[in-house]
Design a protein around this ligand. Structure first.
Ligand code: WT7
Length: 655
């Protein structure tokens, strides 16, 4: 890697920012990066030194095996150490750091009239009370707790309460779809927290949605329901309670009301001292087979990594007001609303609502209101805002949206950090550092400390210099996932089988002449719509549920706001007719089964699908048909090349 000297337009860090930055220039980045790879032991030990360890590590900072041919895949960080996540992100600041009166969160409700401020001391007190409530309800170290809450302070409180008593939280993704099937293997879950909530104008009854799951397995239910003063005004509260209580069966043996139990609960609770490699949480993400995978993250490594990435990637300083617009139900919220910011004693905005409610300028209004200095959001949100304000979207979309964000929103003064990572990586892995890295719109630039990327070809050979291929990582960083919940075999097969010795991301990647990395998108059977991953298999399975469909294949197609959208090919059973009603039915079916985010934009009739002689659907070809790219290249592996022509001819009928 060299200091980039490029002819194309680069965006250099503003000098004012560099003066006071943690990593003030590109050369400092290179020096630190080199150290992180050459001496990871010293590098990570220094990071660990600022945290509290009840017992120091007896083993090295990082041990691992990434080669399936040599034994089980594992990563082990700080063997022998004992600590507590909650202690490190709260007590440490309040007791040692004198940050008790500092604001941890500015909570902003769905309605602009609802807001509150929570200091570190208040948060600690709530968390301890909640931890005692959980214990009272029978939750023990190692138990799993499912949490189903909107973006309200109670969500953060319950997460941290779990971390405090050593319970493993599993937050149910809520934003994409309210009828997302709850993962089936939840027999051991102790508590489910539910709530009725307004999203924009709409009341969502989460209680009803989760009733079915409750029937099956939950022992106890902690109800968090609009009783706290900050949640809504009295009028809204009344109507909310009314409509929820109507069809809610509150069981006195099973259900506990938040306000009642919290009021009587003591606000001191000794943290449970956990082993470094004990699980902290499980978070479900799409699997390429269509079945969600429970990604497991562990205490010590995740603490070190989210804390360090937060500090450097957002160049965090004590007087910052930081806002990440993600939902906590996603890894982005876990790492960069809860754990990373709190580990740094940061002040964050926590926003319950939608960017367009009650008006399209809500985001910018909140930024003004709290004087937000660091803002972290998704490209989809940027494209949406850009669309609304300028009324135009150029091609290619990504650099265009980048420039708009940089020039219009950031007034040319604010670096845009395009962070590449995954639920599995725990934190940013390819990312610029705002005062150090010259930016190229659309590139996630360079690896973070301790991260060693490589680009491989199909045969697993490493490609040097300017190239494109599979993005893989050669060794672990502390925050990488440890396994898939109850499925080590799937973990090894998914991420390590293809190229022994490497963690395989599933993304394609290009490296340019200056060494910049550019993510080119998924190269497995996954789709990314508005930043939400789903598998082709999942959507296909939903389509196949329709009685007229005999076969389905789904690919992505670029979309000006969503980034990618779904283009579905369906083959109908004999005698079934392809018409508007069928298309509408299919769209509804997918929406119901997976969620609104998965609603297909296009459904095309496919009398037959392009297949290899062994019967494998050739998605590359379908992708090109969806994009109307006529130059299809080599079709010699197709069983019946005529299929392609038919599909091109029927293309115009796609609806
Ligand atoms: C997939 C991971 C970012 C964490 C939340 C999503 C895509 C992620 C970027 C980026 C291009 C990106 C990849 C990745 N992705 N960041 N900066 N540029 N693509 O986590 O749901 O696990 O999705 O999101 O395809 O594999 P996730």
């Amino acid at each position: 890697m060299v200091v980039p000297e490029s002819q194309e337009k680069m965006y250099y860090p503003p000098v004012e920012l560099q003066r006071n930055a943690h990593v003030p220039d590109f050369n400092s980045y290179l020096v630190m990066y080199k150290k992180s790879l050459e001496n990871p032991e010293a590098f990570w030990r220094e990071v660990a030194d600022e945290f509290f360890w009840k017992k120091p590590a007896t083993g090295p900072m990082l041990q691992h095996n990434f080669d399936m041919t040599k034994g089980n895949i594992f990563v082990n960080c700080m063997e022998g150490a004992k600590t507590n996540m909650c202690y490190n992100v709260l007590d440490r600041h309040v007791k040692e750091g004198k940050l008790g009166e500092k604001v941890a969160y500015y909570w902003e409700g769905n309605s602009p009239d609802h807001h509150m401020t929570i200091t570190y001391r208040q948060l600690l007190s709530h968390v301890c009370r909640c931890a005692n409530v959980l214990k009272q309800m029978g939750v023990k170290r190692g138990d799993r707790v499912s949490i189903y809450l909107p973006m309200i302070p109670e969500l953060i409180v319950t997460m941290l309460a779990c971390a405090r008593i050593g319970a493993v939280h599993s937050i149910v993704v809520r934003k994409v779809t309210f009828n997302h099937p709850m993962p089936r293997d939840k027999g051991q879950d102790k508590v489910l927290c539910v709530y009725g909530v307004y999203r924009g104008e709409k009341l969502i009854n989460l209680k009803q949605i989760s009733d079915e799951a409750l029937e099956k397995c939950r022992e106890k239910l902690l109800l968090v329901m609009g009783l706290s003063p900050w949640n809504m005004n009295p009028k809204m509260y009344k109507s909310c309670i009314k409509s929820i209580i109507q069809d809610m069966q509150v069981s006195s043996q099973r259900d506990v009301w938040w306000d009642e139990v919290m009021r009587d609960s003591p606000d001191e609770c000794e943290p449970e001292w956990m082993d470094a490699e004990d699980p902290l949480f499980i978070l479900y993400t799409s699997g390429s087979t269509g079945k969600p995978k429970g990604v497991v993250h562990t205490v010590a490594g995740y603490l070190l990594y989210t804390s360090l990435t937060f500090r450097y990637v957002f160049d965090h300083h004590p007087d910052d007001v930081y806002w990440c617009t993600a939902d906590i139900g996603w890894i982005t919220g876990h790492s960069y609303i809860t754990y990373g910011p709190l580990a740094n004693g940061a002040t964050s905005v926590l926003f319950e609502g939608l960017p367009v409610h009650p008006h399209v300028g809500r985001f910018w209004e909140i930024i003004e209101k709290y004087k937000v200095t660091k803002f972290y959001t998704a490209p989809t949100a940027i494209r949406l805002a850009e669309h609304q304000i300028l009324g135009t979207v150029g091609e290619p979309i990504n650099p265009e949206a980048w420039r708009w964000y940089h020039e219009v929103v950031g007034q040319g003064r604010c670096p845009v950090v395009d962070t590449f990572w995954q639920t599995e990586t725990g934190g940013h892995v390819l990312t610029p550092l705002p005062a150090a890295t010259p930016l190229k719109p659309g590139s996630a630039t360079f690896p973070f400390f301790g991260v060693e990327p490589a680009i491989l070809n199909e045969h697993g050979e490493e490609l040097e210099g300017v190239t494109e291929g599979y993005l893989v990582f050669r060794k672990p960083w502390p925050g990488i996932m440890r396994t898939i919940y109850k499925n080590q075999e799937l973990f090894e097969n998914t991420y390590f089988r293809k190229f022994p010795g490497f963690y395989v991301t599933g993304d394609g990647c290009r490296r340019d002449k200056d060494g910049y990395y550019w993510i080119t998108g998924r190269i497995d059977d996954m789709l990314n719509v508005s930043g939400h991953l789903m598998s082709t298999a999942e959507v296909e399975a939903a389509l196949m549920l329709h009685q007229s469909v005999s076969e389905a294949a789904v690919v992505s197609r670029p979309h000006k706001v969503k980034g990618e959208c779904l283009y579905c090919f369906v083959t109908l059973k004999d005698s079934k007719e392809f018409n508007c009603k069928l298309v509408e039915d299919l769209k509804r079916l997918v929406r119901e089964k997976i969620g609104p985010i998965a609603t297909p934009d296009f459904i095309q009739n496919a009398p037959a699908l392009p297949k290899t002689r062994s019967g494998k659907i050739m998605r590359r070809i379908l992708r090109q048909i969806a994009r109307n790219e006529k130059d299809l290249g080599d079709l010699s592996t197709l069983a019946d090349p005529k299929v392609v022509e038919v599909l091109f001819n029927q293309r115009s009928e796609a609806a």
